[in-house]
Ligand binder design. Structure first.
Ligand code: SAM
Length: 203
């Protein structure tokens, strides 16, 4: 049974400990099929950032498809794990804090999976503001959101779920929702509450 000292998911030590002990129940172990579909239907490769990438399976898919992808994580252990897992694509992964990271080139897409829901609710406004700051008008925010409309859904975590109205209220000032659908085949921690959404940065 794994034992952990760190209780604050907003600090890198929390995640270091879990990667070091091989405790990663959020990890899909591969690329979610919905992202495969998204890449297949994209009309052009998109300059993409993956914040809080963990093992960054998606970075290999995007790099292989010819997309300019950077995956970042502030946990040194996560970065080491991702680089070991990605082999030739390991250089796509950088150790960086999402809240201060500045991309080398303008972004066209931020991909979200299990990063937003990994952080406590008090961090949400800051994440949304950073998404908006990093994406120029017309660029996309796409990925998987952990949504639960039952009362008090977000109080325990990670993962911290969010209500659909709360998420909409958070993102609507800067983003327009283009697409959403429920996801089949989620791993156990996200089962029944994982929604794929694509948002476009407003002008
Ligand atoms: C639940 S894991 C999800 C990892 C990956 N996205 C996945 O789907 O498997 C959350 C990740 O976010 C990272 N993280 C949390 N806060 C961060 C921050 N401020 N900057 C960069 N990474 C962060 C953690 O280190 C951890 O690897």
């Amino acid at each position: 049974m794994a034992e952990f000292q760190n209780r604050d998911p907003a600090a890198p030590g929390f995640w270091n400990e879990r990667f070091e002990q091989g405790y990663t129940p959020w990890d899909q172990g591969g690329v979610p099929p919905t992202l495969h579909e998204f890449v297949r239907h994209a009309t052009q490769p998109l300059a993409t950032l993956i914040p809080g990438c963990g093992n960054a399976h998606e970075a290999a898919l995007l790099a292989q498809a010819g997309w300019d992808v950077t995956a970042i994580d502030f946990s040194a252990a996560a970065v080491a794990s991702a680089r070991a897992a990605l082999g030739e694509w390991g250089s796509q992964v950088q150790q960086a804090d999402f809240f201060s990271y500045v991309p080398a080139r303008p972004l066209q897409l931020i991909y979200e999976r299990a990063f937003f829901c990994a952080l406590p609710p008090y961090r949400r406004a800051g994440i949304a503001a950073r998404w908006a700051a990093l994406l120029p008008a017309g660029a996309l925010l796409a990925g998987f959101f952990y949504i639960d409309d039952s009362a008090q859904a977000s109080l325990k975590g990670p993962p911290f779920s969010i209500g659909s109205a709360e998420l909409r209220a958070l993102l609507t000032p800067d983003f327009e929702l283009l697409e959403q659908h429920a996801v089949d085949g989620s791993i156990a921690v996200f089962e029944g509450k994982e929604i794929w959404q694509v948002w476009r940065r407003r002008a």
